[in-house]
Design a protein around this ligand. Sequence first.
Ligand code: ATP
Length: 184
Amino acid sequence: SDRRAIVDVFQLGELPANEFFAFAERSFRLFLLGDVDRHAAQKFSSGGIRVRRFRGRWWLAAIRPGGKPDGMWALPKGNIGRGEDPEATAVREVAEETGIEAVSSGKLGDVRYVYTRGGKRIFKIVSFYLLRYRRGRIDDLPAAYRHEVDVAQWLPLEDAPRLLAYKSEREMAEKALTALQEAV
Ligand code: ATP
């Protein structure tokens, strides 16, 4: 299809259509303004709120990313591979970063932020999915992923809105809590 061709030409991987067109619109506006920022790039990632119920409460598989200080908790996530379904990325990345296999219960929402890497501004969009535990032991990671993650650990989901370091990830945890409470 035309959309498939556009996605291929720009090597953007499989993006949700609305995000792709929001990106295209922003790029076009910058082009019209003659304000194309050659030192900027956009990255698309997927991540997961991986939950499990035990001891009478919901738990969340969180990580301390490699090199970050103690108590700095984040959600597992990673780059969407070229041609990869963002939902599949979420399942794959959380398995690689937490050691746990899961099934997706659907999308929770998107998180956007900007950071600088090597003098380049990176605009990142991360789509988060609600994932249910299937099997595996937390922090049982393939050696190749250990440098990205210091430790993976179950945190009580109800404490996640306080424990997660990034405000946007705390909001995703709130959404997961609401979705799970409504499902009961
Ligand atoms: P890259 O994708 O460029 O290889 P990375 O895997 O480290 O880098 P991120 O985890 O997105 O990517 O981290 C890039 C920067 O953004 C870091 O400085 C991190 O602290 C910050 N960051 C990560 N998540 C968020 C967020 N939800 N809100 C704000 N800043 C964030």
